[in-house]
Write a protein that binds this ligand. Structure first.
Ligand code: UGA
Length: 444
């Protein structure tokens, strides 16, 4: 099948590359010439495990090309995938201006029957708007299909090849058959539904996952008060098949480009229909507050934070990505900065992106390794659960270089047994604080 993908962000680029790997001829289009130049040089604008190798393989096979000219993509394609961004407006609503422009551009370039498949996350009713925009700008026949995307950053390639389900919102039998054929190699679990329900499935899924996270974070906060351990509670809950164990990891809350944006958008979608989504509003509020618990924990342990040096391990909103959009690390570092602390920050991949998020000052130091960040620090805070940080050897090796061996684990990555092998005072989320057994020599 000939496919054009418009937009080379996480969704567009990964989908395009994976469809090319399945043997389709894919042309990825982006108006940002610098991104296209990078891709043509086999340089990937985002960090995503496995993606670079897959791009190289399929470019060399002749299945994958990149262009900034939409006409090149549309003319040849049987299926045109819309995967441009829908960033939030100040109201929380999704900004649909990129979608609208792309729909116009596609219509202008159409030469025969086309299927336009929307993968961008769009509010209910948007695909009907896309249909209207295209109709106004072409006489060619076409169908619009909604196929929401469920991949996660950091495991995007794996998720695309191993989807839990494919949702196809479609009204035409001709388009349905083609889109089923396209997705068949990925899974048997293909659900065909109407377009509005498909659009809603995407928002409802993200809102539900966000709800699970805020729920377990509140349970964690209560566990701290009653002396229970949220990890054990989550394990016990998760074994109930009706609940499931995924997305029950307590921590500093969710970030990224999806949950924060999509929860706000769904609240607004409901609000536009005079419906107050009370539950989801609370989910957002809990999430916004959760990241600040780290500051309270540090204060309880260190007293005033003024003049104290705090090491930060992890800046990305989650591991295996360089994405720092809505990363809890931003507010945490800003708050520590306001309290007069000196910050020594390190992230294996997301450092450069993070630097552009935050105003530089003499109290924020960028380090080249996890170890360097801890040297001379009064405490270390783990904010992103990168594999590199879940290393007991690393933890043991840094304690003697610290002014105080305090470890605040914002992602609950270590166990009681791990900590006992160290000299750390260990503070985590929703679990009792612990002290390691090994004496340490504290740096003066
Ligand atoms: C999320 C969804 O998981 C994808 O299904 C969806 O396709 C995507 O949004 C999207 O709409 O494009 P993503 O934001 O990439 O994917 O990452 P997640 O793995 O879902 O993590 C989101 C945030 O929740 C991260 O900050 C993570 O640290 C946090 N999280 C996740 C927790 O705090 N606890 C958990 O148990 C799980």
């Amino acid at each position: 099948m000939n496919i054009a993908v418009i937009g080379t962000g996480y969704v567009g680029l990964v989908s395009g590359v994976c469809f090319s790997d399945l043997g389709n001829k894919v042309i990825c289009v982006d108006k940002d010439q610098s991104k296209i130049d990078m891709l043509n040089n086999m340089d990937v604008p985002i960090y995503e495990p496995g993606l670079k190798e897959l791009i190289k393989k399929n470019v060399e096979k002749g299945n994958l090309t990149f262009t900034s000219e939409i006409s090149k993509g549309v003319t040849e394609a049987d299926v045109i995938i819309i995967a441009v961004g829908t960033p939030p407006l100040p109201s929380g609503e999704a900004n649909l201006s990129f979608i609208e422009q792309v729909a116009k551009d596609i219509a202008t370039e159409m030469n025969t029957y086309k299927i336009v498949m929307t993968k961008s996350t769009v509010p209910v009713g948007t695909n009907e708007q896309i249909q209207q925009i295209i109709s106004r700008n072409t006489d060619q026949p076409f169908d619009v299909v909604s196929v929401p995307e469920f991949l996660r950053e950091g495991s995007a390639v794996h998720d695309t090849f191993n989807p839990d389900r494919i949702i196809i919102g479609v009204e035409s039998k001709q388009a349905e058959d083609v889109i089923i054929e396209l997705h068949k190699p990925l899974t048997e679990k293909i659900i065909v539904t109407d377009i509005r329900s498909a659009e809603m499935i995407k928002y409802a899924s993200n809102a539900f996952l966000a709800t699970k996270i805020s729920f377990i974070n509140e349970i964690a906060n209560i566990c701290e008060k009653v002396g229970a351990d949220v990890t054990k509670v989550a394990n016990g809950m998760g074994l109930d098949k009706r609940i499931g164990s995924a997305f029950l990891n307590a921590g500093i809350g969710y970030g990224g480009s999806c949950f924060p944006k999509d929860t706000q958008a769904l609240i607004q979608i409901a609000g536009n229909e005079d419906y107050e989504f009370k539950l989801l509003k609370s989910v957002v509020q809990v999430n916004n507050e959760q990241r600040y618990n780290i500051i309270e924990k540090l204060k309880q342990s260190l007293g005033s934070l003024s003049g104290q040096t705090i090491a930060i391990w992890g800046l990305a909103f989650k591991p295996d990505t360089d994405d720092v959009r809505d990363a809890p690390a931003k507010e945490i570092i800003e708050e520590l900065n306001k309290a007069g602390a000196h910050i020594k920050a390190y992230d294996p991949i997301a450092m450069e992106n993070f630097k552009s998020l935050i105003e530089a000052n003499e109290n924020i130091e960028w380090c080249v390794s996890a170890k360097e960040a801890t040297e001379g620090s009064h405490a270390v805070c783990l904010l992103t659960d990168w594999k590199e940080f879940k290393d007991l050897k690393l933890l043991k090796s840094v304690q003697n270089g610290m002014k105080q061996p305090i470890f605040v684990d914002g992602r609950n990555v270590f166990t009681k047994e791990d900590i006992q092998e160290t000299g750390f005072e260990y503070i985590s989320i929703g679990r009792p604080s612990m002290k390691g057994r090994i004496p340490v020599t504290v740096t003066q």
